[in-house]
Design a protein around this ligand. Structure first.
Ligand code: PMT
Length: 429
């Protein structure tokens, strides 16, 4: 995935062709143009006919400082810069918002309008930020089209989850413009984890009681998958050990599916010594039934007592290895977050711990999160943000701390001073 994107220092000077397709989210493309230009990119906008119903070409022309194209048959525009020249001009094509229709036409190689023609005629890498109704996004046809485009190297930025224009909530929203820019910057920015092997665990574990019941927890896997994606974007070779979740594997990530804590431990331990960094974002079940009943347990008119055994602690096991990677844990707490997380950092001998509040809509199964990143010599607050945006900030910091430790510089304040400021981060002390 990253190989298509020439090594450069961010978006400065990059010639971006922004395709805008029809949908209420088209208005957000205006801010996207501004933010791309602020990041130093040169932007030319192509609208589909439907997009022009939502936002006028004049708006995009004013924001981009360039003529805007929408039709294949515009003679004056063709005379100034023919569509094949435009396809050649683009160093990257971004479609935001991308409707289900545009995604389908791209997947099937249609060239029925200027935007799809340009995509076919250009060799530039393609990034797609979808926006559509949540059922349209979930539809098997759309998902098949997305898979086809991904297999050809297209990068999908989003969709985000949350409230839609209709009174519904779910995946289908256009990513916020700053998150689209962050995603593109991650593709073109310096690769902080190039050549590094990063192992991530994500999601819940299920501990079977009998053939139909299990003990589980509310982890959706989103945080861990976002961390895996962010590490892959930074050039790492990422292995993701996933508990039972319903999430798509991020591009460029190798995934191993497991169910129980013991299966997760086996998968993690088999890969840990060969990894440079281990990030334990999984919500591992602390206990498992002493025995798994071979048949469905029957009611007997009284209480049922389950005898539970403690599961092995995977994170502590990795940290105890003779050739241990840089070890980052998560702490899921409902109260006394900093105190309890610090105790876990010490007890499990971790390098860093990312503490988050859980319960009452926080942490588990939410689209957003906020984190206190604690090391022996400091603490930083990463303010509430979409989990992928947060993961990108977190991974950038983990990469820096791991490098500092490798170079014998510790994880102290002297290394913090070298940090590039990250949006939405404030220091608590
Ligand atoms: O998956 P999401 O819905 O996106 O939610 C994200 C999250 C809340 C699950 C995630 O951000 C998070 O906090 N993960 C850690 C959850 C957890 O199990 O926390 P804990 O405080 O119980 O455990 C501390 C650390 O020890 C964790 O890194 C955990 O992976 C690890 N552990 C715990 C028990 C065990 N037997 N083995 C372990 O490795």
């Amino acid at each position: 995935m990253a190989s298509q994107h020439e090594a450069r220092n961010g978006l400065a000077g990059l010639r971006i062709l922004l395709g805008v397709s029809g949908g209420i989210a088209a208005y957000k493309a205006c801010e996207l143009v501004r933010r791309l230009r602020d990041a130093g990119a040169e932007v030319r906008v192509v609208l589909t006919a439907n997009a022009a119903r939502f936002v006028t070409p004049l708006t995009f022309q004013a924001l981009s400082g360039q003529p805007v194209r929408s039709g294949l048959w515009d003679e004056a525009a063709e005379a100034a810069m023919g569509h094949l020249e435009l396809a050649h001009w683009a160093q990257h094509i971004v479609i935001a918002p991308a409707s289900a229709d545009v995604i389908a036409r791209l997947a099937h190689g249609f060239a029925t309008d200027l935007l799809t023609t340009l995509c076919l005629a250009s060799e530039a890498p393609l990034a797609i930020a979808p926006a559509m109704n949540l059922r349209m996004w979930a539809h098997a046809a759309t998902q098949a089209n997305v898979a086809v485009l991904r297999s050809r190297g297209a990068v999908f930025l989003g969709p985000a989850e949350g409230r839609m224009a209709e009174p519904e909530s779910g995946p289908g929203r256009l990513l916020e413009p700053h998150d689209i820019v962050a995603g593109l910057t991650a593709l073109y920015g310096p690769k902080r984890l190039a050549g590094k092997r990063v192992l991530v665990s994500a999601g819940p574990t299920y501990e079977d009681i009998d053939p139909v019941r299990f003990i589980g927890n509310r982890s959706s896997g989103r945080m861990g998958f976002a961390v895996a994606q962010a590490a892959a974007e930074q050039g790492a070779n990422v292995q993701l050990v996933a508990g039972p979740v319903h999430l798509t594997t991020p591009p460029g990530v190798a995934r191993v599916d497991v169910r129980s804590a013991r299966e997760m431990r086996e998968a993690v331990m088999a890969r840990a010594e060969g990894s440079d960094i281990y990030i334990g974002a999984a919500a591992v079940g602390d206990f498992r039934p002493h025995e798994i009943a071979p048949h469905k347990l029957k009611k007997n008119g009284g209480a049922l007592t389950l005898s539970l055994d403690e599961n092995p602690d995977i994170l502590a096991g990795v940290a105890a290895l003779a050739r241990r990677p840089f070890v980052v844990g998560f702490a899921a707490e409902t109260q006394n977050i900093e105190t309890y997380a610090r105790a876990k950092l010490e007890r499990k001998k971790l390098d860093l711990i990312a503490a988050n509040r859980v319960g009452e809509g926080h942490g588990f199964d939410a689209c957003e999160n906020e984190i206190l990143l604690i090391s022996r010599d400091g603490i930083e607050r990463f303010a509430r943000a979409d989990k992928l945006a947060l993961a990108r900030q977190l991974v950038a910091r983990i990469a820096e701390k791991a490098q500092a430790k490798n170079e014998g510089r510790g994880t102290g304040s002297e290394s913090r001073r070298k940090l590039v400021p990250v949006r939405a981060r404030t220091r608590t002390r």
